[in-house]
Design a protein around this ligand. Structure first.
Ligand code: PAF
Length: 283
């Protein structure tokens, strides 16, 4: 696996691969790899000729009080993990190369960026779509692999790539979970031992909601209330939101009568965690 740090070199290499007719699969990441990232890389390996993984802790998507400076970084370990998952290139651009001092451009996806996590992380999705648009222009992949855990990010990126005519195909891979159900996340490593145990209660609450829907419950407000109660009682987490939304528009639904996403964001200790499940009514 080759490590590339220069944007210019990356552009030359990836353009040549495209001209040679290679199908490039791209996995954008911020590093601190876990099984979730590795599952995306393995899927890209299965489907594509060339696998490119980017590792860039993107300052544009962190708020002023967020964890940019303490975001976990371990290039040596990530490098070995990406190679073991079949990556051909690990692209680790320098921040000064990605955002030169004269940089002035913004990208924004309205509406989809504003609800759910957008309410609590203003500007976050603007930073995400900005860097993803830049990375797509550099890597020129045929396919991009994203995780369903970041469902709002997927919806926002999908809108951006459609609206701006990027020809990339999005492949969305399932949430990868720990044995007790906790969705894998680079931020899980912030959790104390005690908080780590409590954090599993988020998925337990979502699973209980799935069972309630399977038993015929279709009222979104009742489901939201049930999840909030379970999270409050079982984890003591501080809930940011619990929402039942349409999977494409991310608009709140009142009734579960089609495919609906139930999404949660909560703080366990100082760690902000998100998770979601897709439910559909029993027929
Ligand atoms: O999901 C992430 O790790 C980031 O938001 C992404 C897509 C790599 C953009 O920085």
């Amino acid at each position: 696996m080759r490590l590339i740090t220069s944007v210019h070199t990356a552009q030359n290499i990836f353009l040549k691969l495209k001209q040679q007719g290679k199908r490039t699969g791209f996995v954008p990441t911020m590093g601190a790899f876990h099984e979730g990232h590795l599952s995306l890389m393995r899927q890209a390996r299965k489907e594509c000729d060339v696998v490119v993984v980017s590792l860039f802790v993107n300052p544009a998507q962190f708020g002023p009080k967020e964890d940019l400076s303490r975001y976990p970084r371990d290039l040596g370990k990530d490098r070995a993990l990406a190679a073991s998952a079949g990556a051909d290139y690990l692209f680790v651009p320098r921040a000064s190369d990605m955002y030169a001092p004269e940089f002035l451009t913004r990208v924004r996806v309205d509406v989809l960026s504003d609800g759910l996590c957008g309410r609590f992380r203003p500007g976050h999705f603007d930073g995400v779509v900005l860097v993803v648009a830049k990375l797509l222009n550099i890597v020129q992949p045929e396919r991009m692999f994203l995780g369903q855990k970041d469902a709002q990010q997927v919806a926002v990126i999908r809108r951006m790539t459609d609206d701006l005519n990027f020809s990339v195909k999005l492949r969305v891979c399932p949430v990868v979970r720990e044995k007790d159900g906790l969705a894998m996340s680079s931020r899980n490593r912030y959790l104390s031992d005690e908080d780590r145990v409590r954090a599993a209660g988020i998925y337990a609450a979502l699973s209980a909601a799935r069972e309630a829907v399977a038993r015929g419950e279709s009222d979104a407000q009742r489901i939201i209330l049930q999840i909030k109660q379970l999270i409050n009682d079982g984890t003591g987490a501080s809930i940011e939101y619990v929402s039942c939304v349409d999977i494409k528009t991310l608009k709140d639904v009142g009734k579960i009568n089609g495919k609906v996403m139930i999404a949660v964001a909560a703080r366990v200790g100082n760690t902000r965690l998100i998770d979601n499940i897709i439910v559909r009514p029993s027929s």
